[in-house]
Design a protein around this ligand. Structure first.
Ligand SMILES: NC(=O)c1ccc[n+]([C@@H]2O[C@H](COP(=O)([O-])OP(=O)(O)OC[C@H]3O[C@@H](n4cnc5c(N)ncnc54)[C@H](OP(=O)(O)O)[C@@H]3O)[C@@H](O)[C@H]2O)c1
Length: 312
């Protein structure tokens, strides 16, 4: 089969397409013919440095979220699932490929009427955004600030916060992204590449902080008493530094979205929300599998909006 290999860490060009052995489903596994593979920002950070939540043994085929059709099953798995449209995580590697063999228990059937591309776009980002929105306990009328609001997770957080009845302020880099954030339904959008951007926002109750660094610090400064700082990423390269007076200010710092058991429920919830039209992931870019390096370059250079998919 064709796949994308990572043999050393570095810039996007370390990714290259080549041949790989066809996976064979073992006991309890299913073989999936991949149609779309999703790319997350974390995968670009891992490719660059080897840092992150994935196994770092090279060479490897990167890619953690795929969608396709079950074509075979291993011993102990009901063959009725052959032909089913599914999305699944791969456990951190193997996703940028024509086929993956995964534990059948990790499959999610794609609801009728939902495109496979949309389901792949939601697999990681939808689970994360759903878990974050619940962790924040957003109340109607609260003011919610979403960083990188034109991105994969950010765009979904804008929609989930709106649905919870919040006033949503999306912040993002550049005029094109600000426009996109407003189209997603944010009440207000600010370009944080401009100086003193935070002064245009006023006090907020919740910050969704996927950027960290100076952006996270400025957003933290806007939280009022009772506020929640929900930290889930460091796209800038550094986590937000939380000042020592956090308790005095009666601000809660929330990290993480719960246990793996909850992750499954968050994914199912996101897929159902999309099938019923409540959640709309934006697929901003599509690249052929062989162009995975271009896809990583686009994400890293902050050109992308919404989700980036590989078409396999
Ligand atoms: N996808 C998931 O399931 C998941 C899970 C756990 C954690 N996270 C975290 O959530 C955050 C968003 O992830 P995502 O996959 O949805 O990515 P994304 O938001 O689609 O892309 C990352 C965005 O971060 C912003 N950014 C700010 N400073 C940057 C910098 N120095 N270099 C590059 N980008 C920068 C850019 O938006 P602007 O140009 O608008 O600034 C960029 O588009 C990341 O921190 C990620 O680690 C994601």
């Amino acid at each position: 089969m064709r796949a994308v290999w990572l043999k050393e860490f570095g810039g996007p060009r370390v990714l290259f397409a080549g041949d790989a052995p066809d996976p064979v489903p073992g006991v309890g596994q299913a073989l999936v013919e991949v149609v779309f593979a999703g790319i997350t920002f974390v995968e670009t950070q891992f490719r660059a440095s080897g840092q992150g939540p994935f196994a770092a043994e090279l060479p490897m085929i990167p890619g953690n979220g795929v969608g396709g059709v079950v074509s075979a099953v291993g011993p102990g798995v009901d063959s009725e699932i052959v032909g089913m449209r599914v999305v699944t995580g791969t456990g951190g590697s193997g996703g940028y490929a024509q086929r993956v063999a995964v534990d059948a228990a990790t499959l999610f059937e794609v609801p009728d009427g939902l495109g496979l591309d949309v389901a792949v776009a939601l697999l990681a980002d939808g689970r994360t955004a759903t878990g974050l929105a619940r962790a924040a306990s957003i109340q109607p009328g609260e003011r919610v600030l979403v960083e990188a609001a034109a991105g994969g997770v950010g765009g979904l957080l804008v929609q989930l916060a709106q649905a919870a009845g919040a006033e949503v302020i999306g912040v993002a880099g550049g005029a094109r992204k600000v426009e996109h954030v407003l189209e997603l339904g944010a009440d207000f959008a600010v370009d944080y590449s401009e100086p003193e951007w935070a002064e245009r926002i006023g006090a907020v109750d919740v910050v969704f902080d996927g950027v960290g660094g100076d952006v996270g610090a400025a957003a933290f400064g806007l939280l009022r008493s009772g506020g929640r700082m929900v930290m889930f990423g460091l796209a800038s390269g550094t986590w937000t530094t939380i000042p020592d007076d956090v308790a005095e200010r009666e601000v809660t710092v929330v990290r993480g979205i719960g246990s793996p058991a909850l992750f499954r429920e968050f994914t199912t919830s996101a897929l159902a929300d999309a099938a019923e039209g409540r959640l709309r992931p934006v697929i901003g870019q599509r690249f052929a599998l062989e162009q995975a390096a271009d896809a990583h370059a686009a994400i890293e250079s902050r050109e992308t909006v919404g989700k980036t998919l590989l078409e396999v």
